[in-house]
Write a new protein. Sequence first.
Lengths: 111, 613
Amino acid sequence: MVIQTQQSGAVTVVKPSGPVAQADAQDLRNELLKAQKEHLGRIVLDVSDVPFLDSGGLEALVEVAEEMSRSGQWLKLCAVNQTVRQILELTGLACQFEHFEDANSAVRSFL
Amino acid sequence: MATASPAADKVKPALHMFERGESLVAFVGLSVAGVFLATMAGWLWWAFHTQCKLSKTTNAEQVRVIGHSLSRSVEALLSADEISTLRRVVAEAGVRPNLRSCRVLLPDGQVVADSEPSRITVTNLPQTWSGHSPAYTEAIDKESVLMRWPLEATGRGSACLEVSAASDAFQTGLSAQTGLGVIAIASLCALLGVYRFARYRLRGIGAVRQALLATAAGERSIEALTIAPQFGIEAEAWNRLLREREQLRRSEVLGEARQTMKSWHGANGALGAACDGLPQGLILVDRDRNVQYANGAASVFLQATSDQLVGADLGQFISDERILAPVGQAAAGPSYKRTIVELDQENSGHPGVLRFVIRPVRREDDGVAMVIIEDITQQRVAEEARNAFLARATHELRTPLTNIRLYVETALVEGEKSKQVRAKCLNVINEESRRLERMVSDILSVSEIEAGSFKVNRDDVHLETMLEQLRADYEPQAAQKHVKLTFNLPPKLPVIQGDRDKISLALHNLIGNALKYTLDDGQVTVNVNINDGLLAIDVADTGIGISEEDIPRLFEKFYRARDKRLAEIPGSGMGLAIAREVIRLHGGNIEVQSEVDKGSNFTLTLPVGAEAA
C-alpha cells in the first residue's frame, strides 16, 4: 500500500492506494494520527483507490475516528467504493465517519 | 501588601531565636554557672577560714610543746649554771620552723639566752638574783603566737622562757586554697566551654523542638515554622521537611480538586460529552487565569491533554497577550465586552489560523471567562483564494470588454468608410465576445462546483465532430503564433454518452492552455486513442512546462503556477479545475506529466460507455 498526502488549501488529503490490511493498517493509522495532530484535525481520507479493508484496517479507521471524536472532529471519508461501503455498513461502523462523494466535497465541508 | 523593612528583617531572626527558647537555655545555663560559682566561692571561704583556724591552733600547740619541753631543760641548766649549754639549746630550739624567737629572761628583763645571740644582754649570771618571774601566759593573735613559761633555778632565782612564733595561718590557708581555686576556675571554664559547645550544637535541635511544639499547638503557617538557616544542618533538614510537606499538601489539594472536577464531570456526563463533541474548543478560566474546564477540541488546539490544562495557568499554553489580557479582564472585571482575536500560528509547527472569542460568564460566586477557539484556517485560505480570483477575474473580464468597446467605436467611426475595417472590427468583437462567454461560463461552473450543483446532461457526443470543431477553432490561433497544431485521430471515433458542452469545455481548456503556454514556433499535438473501452486524449506541447512543486496543486481552483513568466500570460486558474471536475463527473480523469522548459502532456481518459460517477 502506498500512502499519498496532498494539501488542498488548509486541508490534508490522505490517499492510500491498495488494500488496507495487516501491517499496512498500522501505517495508515500512524499517518492519519500524525496528519491530524499536525493540521489540527483538518484531514480527509480519500479511499477511492482502496479496494477493500480487513479487520485491522477497520480497527485503524475506528481508532482514528474515536481519537478525533474526542475533540469534536469527524474522520471524513470520500470516494468510498461499493465493497468498502458494504463492509462499513455490515459492521455497523459507517456511522462513525462522515461520507463524501469526492475529495473536493470533503474539503469544502471545512468551510 | 506591606513589605518588611530592613531593620525588621534583622530583628526577625532574633525574635525567631527567642521564640525557639534560645534565651531560656542561655538563662538556665548562666544561672547554673552562677550558682556553681557562688557555691565554689562559699566553699573556698569556709575552707580558707577553717584552714586558718586550724593552722593557728597547730602553731600554738607546736609552740606550747616546744616551750614546755624546753622549759624543763632550761630550768635545769639555769640551776646548774650551765650558761653556755643553755644558750646553745636555746639557739638550736630557735631554728625550728615557724619559731620567730626563743629566749630566756631574768625578772629584770635581762636576756640570758636568745635564739639570736646578738640580743643577749647578760654575759655571766650572778649566783643569785631577785625578783619574780611572770606566770604562764599565752598571747595568740592573727600574726603571732607568744608564750611565756616561768622558770625556777633552784637556789638562784626565777626566770622566764619566752617563745614566739609567726602565725602563717593566712598564708597557709591562702596557698592551700589557691590551688583549689585555680582548679575550680579551670573546671568552670571547661564547664562553660562544654556548655557553649553543647549549646551551639544543640541549638538546632532546640529550634526544631520549639517548632514541633508550635505545630502541636496548631500552627500551620510554613513561614512561622521555618527555622533560620544559621541554626545549622538540623534547621536545613527541618526546613526541607517543611517544604516537602507543603508540596505534598498542595499535590493532595490539587488531586482533590481534580477528583472533584472529575466527579463534577461524571455528574454532568451528558453535558461534558456534549461539550467534547463540539468542533470548537471551549475553555473556562477563573479570575486567577487558571483553567477550570477544557473540552476535547481545546486540547487539540492547545496541544495538551485535558488533565494538563485543567488547574494550570492558561499562560502556559497561550503566550499572546492579545488573548491573555482580555481573558484576565473578562474573568475579573465587570466587563461584558466580547473580544475576538485571530491568531496565525504559521511559525508554531502546527500551521493554521485560530479564532479566539473571549467573553465573560457571570456567576454569583466567582468570575469566569469563556474562551471559544475555532479553526478558521480553511475559511481563511478560501477567502484569500476568492479575493485573488476576484482580482484576476476583474482583470480578465476587463480585457475583452475593453477590446469590444474600442472596436465598436472604431466600427462606428470608420466602418462606414471601409468594409474591410468593419469586418475586421466585427471579427475581433466576435472573438472577444466568445472569450468573454467562456470566462463567464467558467465562473458559473466554478460557482456550481463550489455549491455542489455542477451536473452533466447526458446526450450523444460525436467525438469526431467535436474534435474537428476544436481543430477549426484553434488553427487560426496556432497559425498566428506560428505553432504547429497537429491532430492525430484514429480512422473512426465512437459516439459516447456525456455532456457535449462540458466535455468540449474541458478539451477547450486543455488545448487552449497548450497553445497559450507554448512559445512561438512551438508544437502542440493532440493524440486520440481508444484501448480496452477507454478513450485517451493526449494534449502534448513544447511549452514552458510546470515545476514539480506546482503539479500537485495544478487542479486546485484559482491556483496558478508560480512561474514568473505567467505574469504576462492571462489566466484565471479555473480552467484545469473545471476540466478535471467535468471529466471526473463522466467517470474519467485528467493526469499531467511535465518538465520545465520542455513541455507538458495532459492525458484525458474517458470510459467509452461514459457513465457519470
